[in-house]
Design a protein around this ligand. Structure first.
Ligand code: PMP
Length: 407
């Protein structure tokens, strides 16, 4: 399919909305993405035609929803090229998935004195679960430093690795800076010490085609709401042989084979990690969103978004007094910046009145802000439905903000 931006924009009903009488320009895609009509219709169709709890009923509706749910798992498997459906676990989102791994893999392989590695530029969701694990097990959290461009310093990372390293967990793309990290090298280096590797793909799965088998990471996770699907649903990929060894994270319905007061046995993968009624509607919405993306082609999306990012970087760099944080050449999806000494909240609020939605603050990445000695940034984050014209409007909006502050 050719990349027809006008057609694509009409697929997303919210994009034609006006706010404060101005055409909406949605540049907060790193926080959450908008939904195509296909996904909205699919969700509506489930509730109007087939809704029923999964895995439990023998009746028509339950069997239909169960098969849609399991087909969704298959779609996800293909999308990231996992080996087996057993390796695809539906979670509540990225945060939930990282907590699952931190608990369960932690129980399996982390002991007192062991070490876990994250990076300076992680989202809080990829820091705090590991801190909790370290507290529980008296293990040590080590941090890969970043350089001024926001890149991981790989030489320093190599020095952190040793026989005590049990888990390395890094984002593919940092949410606060938009830097694409060299996760293949991170993974290969960790494996030299038999450490497990988790890739937080919350900001990459929608931008960069990923093949988990080629990458060889042990875990890979992302959230539905950032890939044009519902919120409250996400995916954890894990290698089957590791998931097999890990104890369950939560107990409840669906994750058991048999329950008795004498001995409870657990379900096979992937259900072992899906306790309770899952967000089956959300899971199906992920598959619909993935089908939609596949129709357009993730390579086409990546190419278009790279052009957009390049254009936005040039345009924003031409604003006097604007400083971009995260200047690596390898970037995707986002530009973080500060405008003179104007507080990002003030800039964000003025842009909002012009119909432009950006994010301001620490982006749940306080250690990254601390590294740059700043309180926060303004962040424009992009999706494939954004246009150069929208970036031009952002540019004019920024000039207006400066004017209002006498800059
Ligand atoms: N990691 C990264 C890199 C993120 O950008 C986010 C969301 N901003 C998360 C983790 C957490 O995702 P969620 O809130 O969907 O669980």
């Amino acid at each position: 399919m050719t990349f027809d931006i006008q057609k694509i924009r009409t697929d997303f009903p919210i994009l034609s909305k006006k706010v404060y009488g101005k055409q909406l320009i949605y540049l907060d895609n790193g926080a959450t993405t908008q939904k195509p009509q296909k996904v909205i219709d699919r969700i509506s169709r489930i509730y109007s035609q087939t809704n029923s709890n999964i895995h439990r009923g023998v009746h028509f509706l339950s069997e239909k929803t169960t098969s849609d749910y399991e087909n969704a798992r298959n779609t996800v498997k293909k999308f990231i090229n996992a080996k087996s459906e057993k390796e695809i676990i539906f979670t509540k989102g990225t945060t939930d998935a990282i907590n699952l791994v931190a608990f369960s893999l932690g129980e399996y392989c982390v002991n007192e004195g062991d070490e876990i590695i994250v990076s300076q530029s992680e989202h809080h969701s990829n820091i705090v679960p590991w801190q909790l694990l370290c507290e529980r097990k008296k293990a040590k959290l080590k941090v890969i430093p970043i350089n001024e461009k926001g890149e991981l310093i790989i030489e320093e990372y190599k020095k952190l690795l040793n026989e005590k390293t049990k888990i390395v967990s890094v984002a593919h793309v940092s949410n606060s800076l938009g830097i694409v990290h060299d996760i293949k090298t991170v993974t290969d280096e960790a494996h030299k010490y038999n450490a497990y590797v988790l890739i937080d793909a919350a900001q990459s799965v929608q931008h960069i085609k990923t093949d988990v088998q080629k990458l060889d990471c042990d875990f890979y996770t992302f959230s539905g709401h950032k890939i044009y699907a519902e919120t409250g649903i996400g995916v954890l990929y894990g290698k089957e042989k590791i998931l097999e060894k890990m104890p369950p994270y939560q107990g409840g319905g669906d994750m058991i084979k048999s329950v008795s007061f004498e001995k409870t046995t657990y379900a096979e993968l992937p259900l072992k990690f899906e306790a309770g009624t899952s967000n089956y509607v959300g899971a199906i919405s992920i598959a619909t969103a993935m089908d939609y993306i596949t129709e357009i082609g993730l390579e086409n999306i990546a190419k278009y978004e790279a052009e957009l990012l390049e254009y936005a970087t040039q345009k924003l760099s031409s604003v006097n007094g604007l400083k971009i944080y995260g200047t690596s050449k390898n970037k995707a999806g986002a530009i973080s910046f500060l405008l003179n000494d104007i507080h990002p909240y003030d800039a964000g609020m003025i842009l909002d009145k012009l119909g432009i939605a950006i994010r301001t603050g620490t982006h749940c990445a306080e250690p990254t802000m601390k590294f740059f000695s700043i309180q926060g940034t303004a962040r424009a984050s992009f999706a494939f439905y954004n246009t150069k014209e929208e970036i031009d409007t952002l540019y004019k909006g920024l000039l207006r903000v400066q004017k209002m502050f006498g800059k």
